[in-house]
Design a protein around this ligand. Structure first.
Ligand code: NGS
Length: 292
């Protein structure tokens, strides 16, 4: 009588941990500021294969090692499509070389209210977690900032972390010691601990200074990469200030610390219009509401 062989036990597929100092890192990078014709051209351009293709929604994960961090990249956005194409072409290979599990989210503010960068970051945090509860690290970045060195790690090696310390427009120096503009990283817990960003900054300026106060108020120690690793090129094309400076920002900054527990993630109000998973990025289109 033929003996049916016992089913072979599933191979124990334990991948080694990915490194945050991966062998795939190259250091200083070529910064391509030419404008891709369309998103399809960007897709074609991303020919470098690090062991897995970008999935719908702009997701990627390494296949040969276990990623150290699950990262949501959050971009506040309105009418910057030319810059977005350049950003995505630069960032997908950059993040893949860092062997991170990541997804790129663009949070688009509909309606013509002044731009509320901080509110859009808060929405990105909430909506990305709805899509994947596993995110443990959040990169809040402007669409026009391209990191020049891939040793500037977009995981959360420390939190909170200010990453864009040396931007070309400021001659590769910090314009002032307490600046937190540009690109920042937080673990999920640390971002929740400071109640996220304020929702009250409508228009340009101040929301990052407010965030700095939140960080120091709860006693967090802010870290930064070195001036060598934290270099950025600001995309020069289509560079305009989308909103006038917020006239109320100095008043708000006077009581950032007192306001933080009653202004942030716990008071965020918005209407979700659409989540659009495109091949290289997830668009989250929303209407931000005044929260108070
Ligand atoms: C400060 C703004 C910050 C801003 C920084 C750099 O004055 O929000 O300039 O701006 N603070 C206030 O307005 C209170 S930048 O030159 O990069 O546009 O981040």
């Amino acid at each position: 009588k033929p003996v049916t062989p016992a089913p072979t036990p599933k191979k124990n597929n334990v991948l080694p941990d990915c490194s945050d100092k991966g062998s795939k890192l190259v250091g200083p990078l070529f910064i391509d500021q030419s404008i891709p014709k369309d998103m399809e051209a960007v897709e074609k351009d991303l020919s470098v294969d690090f062991g897995g293709t970008v999935e719908k929604g702009g997701k990627w994960a390494p296949t040969t090692c276990k990623p150290k961090h699950k990262v949501a990249i959050i971009i506040p956005y309105r009418k910057r499509f030319e810059q977005l194409k350049i950003f995505l072409r630069h960032m997908h290979p950059f993040l893949q070389r860092q062997e991170l599990l990541y997804q790129i989210f663009v949070v688009e503010q509909l309606k013509n209210d002044p731009f509320n960068r901080a509110g859009l970051f808060n929405v990105g945090f909430v909506e990305s977690l709805k899509m994947n509860k596993g995110f443990d690290c959040f990169i809040f970045t402007d669409v026009d900032l391209l990191p020049e060195d891939d040793h500037n790690y977009y995981g959360c090696p420390t939190s909170p972390r200010h990453m864009s310390v040396a931007v070309d427009k400021f001659n590769y120096r910090l314009p002032y010691a307490t600046i937190f503009g540009g690109v920042g990283a937080f673990t999920k817990e640390d971002f929740q601990r400071i109640n996220g960003f304020s929702n009250m900054f409508w228009g340009w300026g101040g929301e990052d200074d407010d965030l700095y106060t939140r960080i120091t108020k709860v006693g967090f120690k802010l870290t930064r990469p070195s001036l060598k690793r934290g270099r950025y090129t600001m995309i020069r094309i289509h560079h305009f200030q989308s909103s006038k400076a917020d006239p109320n920002r100095m008043n708000l900054l006077r009581n950032s610390g007192q306001r933080m527990s009653a202004d942030g993630l716990n008071t965020l109000k918005y209407k979700l219009d659409k989540v659009d998973q495109q091949p290289l990025v997830t668009f989250v289109k929303i209407e931000l509401k005044r929260s108070m």
